[in-house]
Write a protein that binds this ligand. Structure first.
Ligand code: NAG
Ligand code: NAG
Ligand code: NAG
Ligand code: NAG
Length: 202
C-alpha cells in the first residue's frame, strides 16, 4: 500500500513538473511574464489620463458631442426630488481620453477612447455608476483596459476597479482613482484618472 501511495504521489510530482514546464514554455514564447506588485506603493505600471465627457445638448453640439443620454430619468427621480438627481438616466459614450487636460485638436488622435456607459444610480443625490473600456490605438499603446465602479460624485476622489485588459495590457488588474477636474454646465465634464496596475504581464 505504502509503495502504491508513493508511486501515485511521485507521478503527481512528475505531472506537475511537466505542466510547469509547459507554462514556462508558453511564457517564453510570448516573451512576457506576470508581475504582481508587493505593495500598494509599487504598482507595476501607472499613468494619468483625462476623460472628456461632451454630452449632446439637443441643440447645436451634435458635431462635437461624444456622449448622449439613452434614457430619461425615472418618474421616481422627478417625484422624489424635483431639482433632479437623474436617478435611472443612462448615458452612452465614446469619449476622447488624453494625456493632458486639453481636448484633442481637430484631426489629432486622442491617447485612447473611453467606450461604455454610466447611469445615475442614487435617488437622494446625484451619483453615477460607470463601466467602460479604454481603447488604446496609438503608436505608444495598443490594447484595452476595462474599468468599472461607483462614481460617488460628492467624494473628492473615488476608485474604479481595473478588472482586466488585452493587448499591451494583457490580463492587467489595478485601481483607477478618479477626480472631477472640471464641470462646465450640464454638458461637459472632465475626470482625471490616476491608473495604477498591480498585476501586469511585461
Ligand atoms: C449652442 O446653444 C446653446 C444653448 O442655446 C448656446 O448657449 C450656445 O452659445 C450655442 N453654441 C454655439 C456654438 O452656437
Ligand atoms: C466644436 O468644437 C470646436 C472646438 O472647440 C468649436 O470651435 C466649435 O464651435 C464646436 N462646434 C459646436 C457645434 O459646438
Ligand atoms: C431644490 O433646490 C432648491 C433651491 O436650490 C432648494 O431650496 C431645495 O431644498 C431643493 N429641494 C430638494 C428636494 O433638494
Ligand atoms: C487603429 O489605428 C489604425 C491606424 O491608424 C487604423 O487603421 C485602425 O482602424 C484603428 N483601429 C481602431 C479599432 O480604431
Amino acid at each position: 500500500m505504502q509503495g502504491l501511495a508513493l508511486t501515485s504521489s511521485s507521478s503527481k510530482i512528475v505531472l506537475a513538473m511537466f505542466l510547469l514546464g509547459l507554462a514556462a514554455g508558453a511564457a517564453a514564447a510570448d516573451g512576457r511574464r506576470r508581475h504582481v506588485s508587493r505593495s500598494p506603493d509599487e504598482p507595476c505600471k501607472k499613468m494619468t489620463l483625462y476623460y472628456h465627457d461632451i454630452l449632446y445638448n439637443g441643440v447645436n453640439n451634435s458635431a462635437n458631442a461624444t456622449a448622449a443620454p439613452a434614457t430619461k430619468p425615472t418618474a421616481l427621480s422627478t417625484v422624489f426630488n424635483p431639482n433632479g438627481t437623474y436617478f435611472g438616466m443612462l448615458v452612452v459614450f465614446d469619449d476622447p481620453v488624453t494625456e493632458d487636460r486639453a481636448l484633442p485638436v481637430a484631426g489629432e488622435e486622442p491617447a485612447a477612447r473611453a467606450q461604455g456607459f454610466y447611469f445615475y444610480n442614487m435617488k437622494e443625490t446625484t451619483s453615477a455608476w460607470f463601466a467602460f473600456t479604454l481603447v488604446f490605438n496609438s503608436t505608444e499603446s495598443k490594447g484595452t483596459l476595462n474599468l468599472m465602479g461607483a462614481d460617488l460624485m460628492d467624494e473628492k476622489t473615488r476608485d474604479f476597479s481595473v478588472v482586466g485588459g488585452t493587448g499591451d495590457f494583457f490580463m492587467a488588474r489595478g485601481v483607477a482613482t478618479i477626480r472631477t477636474d472640471v464641470i462646465e454646465g450640464f454638458y461637459y465634464f472632465r475626470l482625471q484618472m490616476d491608473i495604477k496596475l498591480y498585476e501586469c504581464y511585461v
